[in-house]
Design a protein. Structure first.
Lengths: 375, 335, 400
């Protein structure tokens, strides 16, 4: 110890000594991050063991032992311990577009590209661009998308029962969430209204839709709806499922938006009425713009939930992405035992990519918004 | 406020506009120009979409024949895939015009569900499949086994009845989708897989090693599978019934999809009646004279339908042959 | 209007439509009338349609024998029991999977939530991978996955894994010895209940004393003795004096399958795993944000007072974090209950599978059955909400 004090260096001229080797480099990183205490070391070893048990068989199955190219089940049966990716490639078109005629699939692609562009404008655009994006998204876009997808105006009509696969999943999820937004705003405002009847009606509506499983709602929308209507009135099956999904997600949306409304300081409401704005004016100009901005992450999360929940339309006979995959496995040409597992894993990966991407976006948004609102 | 008013007005308008009266099923179909046909969500041989998305199977062929008879075009069918769970409600509610979905004709279904069966398209029976190494040679030896099957079907009830009647016990594991039944049976969850024997044949190919399994000799139930229509519309019920009969009669008379045009000039009086050369039989069911000829031309006679769809599953005609060829297919005479 | 009140003059007469109070009343009446009209409209349509299509209406079908077997029945049921009994069996199955699922999801969620904030890099990231993967894949696929994983890993009944020849594990389920209480067993139960009540009361009194005096007496040892040892001693004494108070029904291989004892089906097992792993991932996120919402100063203050990390977490951080965690936790519980309706995919006989599935198919009473099913789920939701709100009120910040 003493030798340092008596060293030959002048004050301030001591050269920086390197930190102890145990705190830098790989060893240091390992020590601080993996083996900082006995408990942590045990956990680390356990975790490594777990990874060793789980990862190699997974890689074997999905990559090394898999049948990448296959014309039919016979090729897959040659690799009984691996995935049958040939099934996925051969049916890929159907997974994406359902039974949409091949010659017309460019229309779906076009709508997809437009949607991505618009969503990009809304989510990442700044100022005016975002405003235009929202406007286009709410008014001309749905009409254009419908004409493109369904047909008419010179395009061949493609009946909705031919829609399917990922396209249908996205149609349901995007339409559901878009339609539920205005409804959700109304319900949220209604729930915070001081008119008792309106408030209670809204509460009953919200709690009803939130309280029952989506399966029962879809069942009702799909097969019981014609019973509720006068004879001869029948909506398109897809439309009915959409109504069910939209009402269901509107209830969730209402709760998300209500959270945003509650987060707006009372002063904002008071300031708005001090300016002489009426209820709808102050909502439209002051409260909702702020509240909706806060709850964008919540809306994205609701969308993710809805996107995953669309798998349930399987039970009402709509061929969404998962049921397209499922239907594919029923084909005699592909009736090998490795096929269903491959199909499910493929579906899981696709869903994961979509949902994970969206949730990353929602998290980054949350961070951006958080800085804006903290004082 | 404004928004609310707008919504209200729009809603009210929708309700008022919606009040059109319903006519008979036949008129509805003609008006829509398309026959809504309820099929399964995928059962090889009966109704199954191929990778192009076109449906095939004996149930599908019936729908095509019906569409050809009613609309003059076998392609004008809208296939609505239905799970076993929703099929009757879908037919009751008008979601589909005809249910052609390997559905067993039973007393309760025919009388109490608001639907009517129009005939029998396929005579089936419930059978059991077991692993060969289980060492069971007869269904009587299945006491104490775990049995896998589909939910929402008659098979559930048949198994319960059969085991009870024979003083045996079983554990019934009932899945929603056929895929899961096969997968669960294959991974050893159950000792026995039971469903209609046609289904057993179709699903067997999905097993890891189809040769390690055997179908037991017992047939524990009658499963007459047939199309059904809504109750209360006798005209459409007659159309459904006689399209089916016409297909069977066509086989009896040797009328096929290929020779139907030549047969028009046949000397046989029954063929002439069937193909609408003589008499006004079509008008009795609200159709034109050529309805049966169109149906036969579209999908062939019953034998052709069977050979195209069911034979590839490895199922011989058996009881589904004509009555005069050792089977029990017997259509009332066309006169 | 305020001006008018101040000056005392009568306010100008306003048209009824412009008076906010009148407007609100009119508005509400219109809304109510509209809702009632729509409801009435739907009901009359349904009635007319059902009459026309010859579909019966009523609950009389509930007393007809069901005719099908159910694989898991916690109350007596055979295929000759009525539909109403099938309904109760399936309802209990739904409740079972919901309650067990909620229990494990909560544990898993709390562990994963805390693990995400761990200082161990590997643990932190494993927890993150867990949360992200399982949150972002549809539950239906996960149910399939776990079911096949369970079935594929377990051996057939004749090659069962066994422990001491009394616990068995195979792809037909988990088999445990079933306790069969004899006549004298109630004494032990009574002792156990008595001990628990005594300890709860005692603990309350000790807490009060600690608040007053600051002294702390550890009741753990006494509690353990009273709750565990006392009944055990009683058990041995009764055994010696009057013969065994409890016998065990040991599962044995009978024919193709095991019989006797308690059987836990692989369907239940994998459904519970799937539901709790899926919901656990969501709860983990709630827990993480709840803990992060507690100010860092709280931890530092606790350390400054010399409180060790364990008690800091337990006594200071968690109680505060709970206030943030509980509301979203409630919705996760509701989601889990509703999601259990996917059970039919893997043959677990829940309410939707047995009642809205098989029963609906046999009887064709769509309106009644779907109505009852929705009503039950609604009731379960309300019940969960009520319980969680009550708990929330207990842990909520009491401001002085």
């Amino acid at each position: 110890m003493g030798q340092f004090q008596t060293s030959a260096y002048a004050p301030g001229a001591h050269p920086d000594l390197p930190p102890p080797p145990s705190t830098v480099g790989i060893v240091g990183w390992l020590r601080t991050n993996l083996f900082s205490s006995v408990f942590n070391s045990v956990l680390t070893i356990l975790a490594i063991f777990l990874l060793l048990v789980a990862v190699p068989p997974l890689l074997d199955w999905s990559i090394f032992d898999a049948a990448w190219m296959a014309e039919s089940k016979d090729d897959c049966l040659k690799n009984p311990d691996g995935a049958c990716w040939g099934f996925v490639t051969s049916r890929f078109g159907q997974f994406m577009y359902g039974f949409y005629p091949s010659a017309e699939r460019w229309r779906v692609d076009l709508v997809g590209v437009l949607t991505v562009l618009l969503i990009g404008m809304v989510l990442f655009g700044k100022g005016k661009i975002r405003g235009y994006g929202v406007l286009i998204f709410l008014a001309p876009f749905p009409v254009a998308a419908f004409i493109l997808l369904y047909g008419g105006v010179g395009l061949t009509v493609v009946e909705t029962n031919q829609w399917g696969g990922m396209m249908l999943t996205l149609v349901i999820a995007v339409t559901g969430i878009t339609a539920s937004l205005p409804l959700g705003v109304l319900l949220a405002l209604g729930r915070r209204s001081n008119m008792p009847i309106i408030r209670n009606l809204c509460v009953i509506f919200i709690e009803f839709w939130r309280g029952v499983p989506l399966i029962t709602i879809l069942f009702m929308a799909s097969v019981m709806f014609p019973l509720f209507m006068p004879e001869g009135v029948n909506f398109n099956q897809l439309l009915r499922a959409l109504i069910g999904v939209a009402l269901f997600s509107a209830a969730y949306m209402a709760e998300v938006i209500r959270g945003g409304l509650q987060a707006i300081p009372k002063g904002q409401y008071e300031a708005a009425s001090a300016l002489g704005l009426g209820y709808w004016q102050s909502m439209r100009l002051i409260i909702l713009p702020q509240a909706l901005t806060i709850v964008i992450p919540g809306i994205v999360n609701t969308f993710i939930g809805l996107f995953k929940d669309t798998t349930l339309v399987l039970i009402i006979g709509l061929i969404d992405f998962l049921s397209a995959v499922n239907t594919g496995t029923q084909d005699v040409k592909w009736s090998a035992f490795t096929v269903p597992m491959t199909a499910y894993v493929f579906a899981a990966i696709v869903y994961f990519i979509f949902c994970f991407g969206m949730s990353r976006y929602s998290i980054s948004l949350e961070k951006n918004l958080a800085t804006g609102h903290k004082q | 406020m404004k928004t609310f008013l707008k919504t209200t007005v729009a809603g009210a308008a929708a309700i008022i506009i919606a009040g059109a009266a319903q006519a008979a099923t036949l008129d509805d179909i003609k008006k829509a120009g398309v026959l809504k046909c309820g099929v399964s969500q995928g059962l090889p041989g009966f109704s199954n979409p191929d990778d192009k998305g076109s449906w095939a199977g004996i149930d599908v062929d019936y729908c095509k024949a019906l569409a050809a008879a009613v609309l003059g075009d076998a392609g004008k069918v809208k296939y609505v895939p239905l799970s076993a769970k929703v099929r009757f409600t879908a037919l009751q509610s008008g979601e589909v015009d005809v249910l052609s979905r390997n559905t067993t004709w039973t007393f309760t279904r025919d009388t109490n569900l608001g639907i009517n069966f129009v005939g029998i398209l396929y005579y089936d029976g419930q059978g059991f499949m077991v692993r060969k190494k289980l060492g069971v040679k007869s269904a009587k030896g299945l006491s104490g086994t775990a049995v896998c099957t589909n939910t929402g079907t008659t098979t559930e009830l048949n198994v319960a009845d059969y085991f009870k009647a024979n003083g045996m016990k079983s554990k019934l594991v009932a899945f929603e989708h056929a895929n899961e039944v096969v997968a669960a049976y294959d991974s050893g969850r159950c000792d026995v897989y039971t469903t209609d024997r046609s289904g057993l044949a179709a699903q067997r190919t999905k097993l890891k090693d189809p040769n390690e399994h055997m179908v037991l000799p017992e047939i524990i139930s009658k499963e007459p599978l047939g199309p059904a229509v809504r109750q209360g519309d006798d005209q459409f019920g007659n159309i459904g019934r006689w399209v089916l009969n016409a297909l069977i009669i066509a086989e009896e008379l040797g009328v096929t999809s290929k020779n139907v045009d030549q047969m028009m000039s046949s000397k046989s009086a029954e063929i002439q009646r069937l193909l609408g050369v003589k008499g006004k039989y079509g008008s009795y069911i609200g159709l034109d004279a050529g309805w049966a000829a169109r149906a036969i031309k579209a999908v062939g006679n019953y034998g052709e339908m069977y050979d195209r769809n069911v034979t590839p599953l490895g199922l011989a005609r058996g009881v589904n042959n004509l009555w005069n060829k050792g089977g029990i297919l017997y259509a009332p005479p066309f006169r | 209007m305020a001006e008018a009140a101040v000056t005392g003059s009568k306010p100008d007469r306003v048209a009824i439509l412009n008076d906010p109070r009148w407007r609100s009343i009119i508005f509400q009446v219109v809304a109510l009338v509209l809702v009632i009209t729509i409801g009435w409209y739907l009901v009359t349509n349904t009635q007319a349609n059902m009459e026309k299509r010859n579909i019966g209406f009523g609950l009389d079908f509930l007393s007809i024998p069901a005719g099908f077997d159910i694989i898991q029945t916690l109350i007596p049921y055979t295929s000759s029991s009525s539909y109403s009994q099938a309904f109760f069996v399936s309802l209990i199955n739904t409740l079972l999977v919901a309650i067990v699922g909620i229990f494990f999801a909560t544990i898993l969620g709390f562990i994963a939530g805390v693990a995400r904030l761990s200082s161990n890099w590997l643990i932190k990231n494993l927890a993150a991978v867990y949360v992200e993967v399982f949150r972002n894949v549809p539950l239906l696929l996960q149910i399939f996955f776990w079911y096949h994983a369970v079935l594929k890993t377990l051996p057939g009944p004749r090659q069962s894994l066994s422990m001491l020849e009394i616990f068995f594990l195979n792809n037909r389920g988990v088999y445990l010895p079933g306790p069969q209480p004899q006549g004298s067993f109630w004494i032990i139960c009574a002792l156990l209940v008595g001990a628990v009540i005594t300890m709860v009361v005692w603990k309350k009194r000790e807490d009060r004393r600690q608040e007053l005096t600051g002294e702390r007496r550890d009741l753990f040892g006494i509690g353990l003795g009273l709750i565990l040892v006392l009944p055990m001693v009683a058990f041995v004494v009764i055994w010696q004096v009057a013969g065994t108070p409890l016998t065990w029904d040991i599962p044995t291989l009978r024919g193709f399958n095991f019989g006797g004892g308690i059987e836990i089906l692989p369907e239940l097992l994998s459904l519970v795993i799937a539901l709790s792993v899926y919901t656990g991932a969501f709860i983990a996120e709630n827990v993480r944000s709840g803990i992060q919402a507690v100010s860092r100063g709280q931890t530092e203050a606790a350390f400054a007072l010399g409180i060790r990390p364990g008690p800091t977490m337990r006594l200071i951080i968690i109680p505060q974090a709970l206030r943030v965690i509980i509301p979203p936790l409630t919705s996760q519980y509701l989601n889990l209950t509703k999601n259990s309706s996917l059970a039919v995919a893997i043959a677990y006989p829940d309410l939707v599978a047995v009642f809205m599935g098989t029963t609906l198919n046999q009887t064709g009473r769509a309106v009644e059955i779907v109505g009852i099913t929705m009503g039950i789920y609604l009731l379960l939701s309300l019940l969960t909400s009520v319980i969680m709100n009550w708990y929330n009120a207990r842990v909520a910040l009491v401001e002085r």
